[in-house]
Design a protein around this ligand. Structure first.
Ligand code: UDP
Length: 381
């Protein structure tokens, strides 16, 4: 029997969209082995002409180094008219290239995990007369660009009630909206490893207090300064403490950290593909406010200290974490070190951890693909 084809549209602006796309791909493979062929496409990089195809590659350097410019871009694209005009232009310039996506992949279902895909691709489907179901999976937790919401989608999958309300405000009908959680890799869906097993597997010491420090997939933000401040304060507690820094794709950061002298045990790692083990093995996580990392930490019951956020799409994640009582926010390395030290000596971690577990949706990716399968079956019936 030939397999149905599913196309996931994303763009590599931050690791989170790719991570969500991969989570869905893995969930299809786990739940429906051999039934679907799921392909992930970076629509902007691979199917738009120069110079539009260079834009996703500029996202990380802009966000890391010229934040004012990102704020400006966000303000412009936050305006619905400007956004719609810009996407219409992109569509006109890219139409021939975009047609190739349909010809190459011949999908039975199209999934978007990025706010810039809806307008362009739905217009393409309409103009090509292609009756292919199109669904959106919103991969943000609290701040929602209006580009996420398009009235002509078959379904819009959201992570929480905030997102559902935002979808309704943008004209989606209740029957289109599904609240099933943010899709994270199936590694987080089953029973998580217990802490001792995870530590043994990672070769991590059985310390009294373990802090995990992250900067998203790209290792962004003042991670080195935070590591130094935290190590300097934690050593004063006299406890048996350790710090694990995951630098993601930021090789320079890893190199700098590995060459530094530390007053406590510090491990600096590159991109890891077993985040669930590192999270389970830790007592708290310090991270920028990336939705993927937050959703994963909630599932692991890991209290979250947010050290920064990308203006625009991550701003709302700060109040989401703080108001739900699952962590705190501070962007100054010394302040972060003070909070972590207080957590190391206090008893608030257990409560935060319990609240985090309640908010976590470990099976979100499975639940989402189960609903999508009905759409594919309907389409090919
Ligand atoms: N991640 C990972 N290995 C690493 C660093 C990050 O698997 O070494 C994953 C992390 O678990 C999360 C994603 O990358 O799923 C980061 O997504 P998030 O939305 O937090 O931030 P972004 O990188 O998109 O800004």
């Amino acid at each position: 029997m030939s397999r149905s084809r599913i196309l996931i549209l994303m763009s590599d602006t931050g690791g989170g969209h790719r991570a969500s796309a991969q989570a869905l791909q893995a969930a299809f493979a786990a739940r429906y082995p051999d039934r679907f062929e799921v392909e992930i496409v970076d629509l902007w990089t691979d199917f738009t002409p120069w110079p539009i195809n260079r834009m996703p590659g500029m996202y990380s350097p802009i966000v890391a180094r010229v934040l004012w410019f990102w704020k400006l871009l966000w303000a412009v694209f936050d305006n619905e008219r400007a956004f719609s005009a810009a996407l219409s232009l992109v569509y006109l310039i890219s139409r021939n290239a975009l047609r190739k996506v349909l010809q190459t992949h011949r999908p039975n279902l199209v999934i978007s995990v990025h706010p810039f895909m809806q307008h362009i691709f739905l217009r393409l489907l309409e103009q090509e007369g292609a009756a292919i179901p199109f669904v959106t999976v919103v991969t943000d937790l609290a701040s929602f660009h209006h580009g996420w919401f398009h009235a002509r989608v078959e379904r819009c999958f959201v992570a929480n009630e905030h997102a559902a309300a935002s979808a309704r405000r943008h004209g989606l009908h209740a029957s289109q909206i599904r609240l099933l959680g943010l899709p994270v890799r199936p590694d987080f869906a089953g029973s998580l490893p217990d802490r001792e097993a995870a530590r043994a597997r990672l070769g991590l010491a059985d310390a009294e207090f373990t802090v995990l420090l992250l900067g998203g997939g790209e290792g962004m933000g003042p991670v080195a300064a935070i590591a130094r401040a935290v190590a300097a304060r934690l050593v004063e507690t006299g406890k048996d403490v350790q710090l694990v820094v995951i630098c993601g794709r930021n090789k320079r950061l890893r190199h700098v950290l590995q060459r530094s002298e530390w007053p406590i045990s510090v491990q600096a790692l590159g991109f890891v593909d077993n985040m669930q083990d590192w999270m389970v093995a830790s007592d708290c996580v310090i991270t920028k406010a990336g939705p993927g990392t937050i959703a994963e930490a909630l599932i692991c019951g890991l209290p979250i200290l947010l050290s920064g956020f990308i203006p625009g799409q991550e701003a709302g994640n700060v109040s989401y974490v703080v108001e739900n009582g699952v962590g705190a926010y501070c962007d100054a390395p010394d302040g972060i070190a003070a909070i972590v030290t207080e957590w190391a000596g206090g008893n608030q971690l257990a409560q935060m951890s319990a609240r985090a577990r309640k908010l976590g949706r470990p099976r979100a990716a499975y639940d989402i693909v189960d609903e999508m399968v009905e759409l594919v079956d309907g389409e090919i019936a």
